[in-house]
Design a protein around this ligand. Structure first.
Ligand code: NDP
Length: 616
């Protein structure tokens, strides 16, 4: 436990002289740093990403779609479209919307789920919601005329908004649902992609846009004996309401006589644990690393106020949020919630008057101390909510705020005050084994009827494995081969040897806390390139090798900037499970931040010469 009142031991001179933050600390930064290191070290696993079990083979049932109401049956397709979009989540929908705006009529959406929604098609667990403000998270609100009901939108509303975008932009026309792509091959003679699917299709498309990630493949923990579990089990992204009863709002009435176990305490578990706690006879929460859970403060959206805003309000609000979250200055914080507050405290220390003239090392020290203050507040909140002091101690996160995804929730911590809820803290080691109906932690068996895996999604595994198919481009070159030494692209969007193919996502692309914002920028970019190719009567659009080399050098240069921060972090998917040595820097996102990334894309379009792209 960190001792308070040790300020005299402080060796960090920077903290004594700048910003007044040092005075606020009231504890020893060295001791705290050491505590973080100890907690990280005990969680590092030599297997890294290999610790997880793939949802395949004997585990493939974990990936099946429990939400299909009407399984479809249709003859294989061999027809041709102008643009095929793989993935019907926000990325695919935004690409479709921007293509429609550009006047492209012949679009086919291909989606493995039975409807649009992507993440929000799959994640229907009780309590599922988005903790980024709805007015900036739900894209195309002004275009579709929709005003969200609450500040933090719930999963059914997000799913319905996805469907709304689909209807508004006529993306249901010609769409193929319940269709999983199994291969993508470039037909050089015809200048067309051939898209193979699990339905025997061999569709053809002039252009293909891929937006099928990044959190699309659920993963299971590598717990010995996991395959032997005798009770009911499922992953949170495939919730079995037939078994639990209830719906996304809770009311899991069929759990009233059940002992339920949940493994994982990330952002998903934080949202569904309160509902399990309210319904299950007993709930065992198996924790490896606690999340940092801050106050959320949901409230209804004032629709009249939204209607009174000047057109273009959503774009301004998104930009305002993104600038503040990138450490930039804005006269006003329009969203003003836990996210922007955390950034104001952490990143924006550099913008303060007292920070003027400091070296980057000193600014880093200042940011670290601001982080200590924020995390102390988060840890302090636990003491005020949790009545059992041992549970309160176990729920405290000991790492810097952005080592893991911060969570915002107002009922999660309270759930541990219920007599039917048991926190089983594994002290960073994870569940030891599963046997019969028991989950074993430190030699003690916890018998459960139902075991739910809130263990997240594949992030650090290979690109083709996450897509579920390889891509063969010009000269039959496979993407696995082209990317054998790391990802190659221009802007994370176009790849040499893979003409007329566009990718949306974060591999060499952008990353923001408000993820749809990144997808909007990329979708706008792709629609521009396709439109330009049409205007210039090109059959073939492809990034050059030189352009890729240039972009890779930028990616690597910028990625190195965060290595020291990531190395000190507790393991997780943000830092390749703590294994930064084997992480390929080429596979990271653009480390210069989203503002810079969006600016690069915009400037490239404004220049208008399609630099680094070959048209034939
Ligand atoms: P995460 O990957 O964030 O969490 C997985 C959890 O499983 C972690 O707590 C992990 O522990 C635990 N775990 C893994 N292996 C074991 C083991 N062997 N024994 C015990 N515990 C284990 O997945 P989530 O589904 O929670 O979240 C995925 C992402 O989805 C989030 O990061 C976020 O980006 C997004 N999300 C966003 C929401 C929003 O509001 N916008 C809401 C929900 C999710 P450890 O930390 O030690 O690895």
């Amino acid at each position: 436990m960190i001792q308070r009142g040790l300020t005299s031991k402080r060796e960090n001179s920077v903290s004594d002289t700048i910003g007044g933050i040092g005075q606020q600390l009231g504890y020893d930064p060295d001791a705290l740093r050491e505590k973080y290191r100890i907690e990280r070290d005990r969680r590092i696993r030599p297997e890294g990403n290999a610790q997880y079990r793939e949802i395949a083979g004997e585990f493939s049932s974990f990936g099946q779609d429990p939400y299909v109401e009407q399984p479809i049956s249709r003859a294989p397709l061999t027809d041709e479209v102008e643009v095929a979009v793989i993935g019907g989540g926000f990325g695919g929908l935004l690409a479709g919307a921007r293509l429609r705006d550009a006047g492209i009529a012949d679009i086919r959406m291909i989606e493995s789920g039975a409807d649009f929604g992507g993440t929000w098609y799959w994640n229907r667990y009780p309590g599922a919601a988005c903790d980024i403000e709805a007015l900036i998270y739900l894209p195309l609100l002004e275009e579709t005329g929709y005003i969200p009901l609450e500040r933090y939108t719930r999963a059914p509303e997000i799913f319905e908004h996805s469907r709304r975008i689909g209807r508004h932009y006529r993306l249901y026309d010609n769409a193929c649902f319940q269709t999983t792509v199994t291969g993508l091959d470039w037909d050089e003679a015809a200048n067309r992609w051939i898209i193979s699917t699990n339905r025997g299709d061999a569709m053809r498309a002039r252009y293909v846009i891929m937006s099928n990630g990044p959190l699309n493949r659920p993963k299971l923990p590598g717990i010995p004996g996991i395959e032997t579990f005798k009770g009911k089990t499922f992953h949170t992204s495939r919730w079995d309401y037939d078994y639990t009863g209830g719906n996304t709002t809770g009311g899991l009435s069929k759990l009233v006589d059940k002992r339920v176990g949940i493994i994982g305490t990330g952002a998903t578990a934080v949202q569904c644990v309160p509902h399990l706690a309210a319904s299950a006879k007993e709930l065992f929460v198996f924790q490896r690393t606690p999340s940092a859970v801050n106050f959320r403060g949901d409230r209804p959206v004032d629709a009249d106020w939204v209607r009174s805003l000047e057109p273009g309000w959503q774009r301004r609000r998104m930009d305002n949020f993104n600038i503040l979250m990138s450490g930039g200055y804005q006269d006003e914080d329009l969203v003003s919630d836990g996210w922007t507050e955390a950034f104001r405290d952490l990143v924006n220390v550099a913008a303060k008057e007292s920070a003027k003239g400091l070296t980057s090392h000193e600014l880093g020290a200042l940011a670290e101390q601001a982080d200590f203050v924020t995390m102390e507040k988060i840890r302090g909140r636990i003491d005020t909510v949790i009545s059992d002091s041992a549970a309160a101690e176990a729920l405290k996160p000991w790492y810097r705020l952005f080592c893991k995804r911060p969570c915002f929730h107002d009922q999660y911590l309270d759930a541990f005050n219920r007599p039917n809820v048991h926190l089983v803290d594994t002290e960073g080691q994870g569940v030891e084994a599963i046997s019969g109906n028991s989950v074993i932690v430190q030699g003690k068996a916890y018998e459960v009827d139902c075991l739910i895996f809130a263990t997240g999604f594949e992030v650090g595994t290979g690109f083709t494995r996450r897509n579920g198919y390889d891509i063969h481009g010009r000269d039959g070159l496979a993407m696995t081969q082209a990317w054998a030494d790391g990802a190659r692209s221009l802007h994370g969007i176009m790849v040499n040897h893979f003409p007329n193919l566009f990718m949306l996502g974060s591999v060499q692309g952008g990353f923001t806390a408000n993820y749809p914002h990144n997808l909007i920028e990329q979708a706008t970019h792709v629609a521009y390139v396709i439109d330009q190719a049409g205007c210039r009567q090109a059959q073939h659009v492809e990034a050059t090798r030189d352009a890729e080399d240039y972009w890779i050098s930028k990616i690597i240069a910028k990625a190195n900037r965060s290595v020291a921060f990531q190395e000190a972090c507790t393991p997780g998917y943000y830092n390749n499970e703590g294994d930064l040595q084997s992480r390929n820097l080429q596979n990271t996102n653009y480390g210069g931040g989203s503002i810079e990334y969006f600016h690069i894309l915009e400037k490239w379009r404004q220049t208008g010469d399609l630099r680094g792209v070959e048209l034939k």
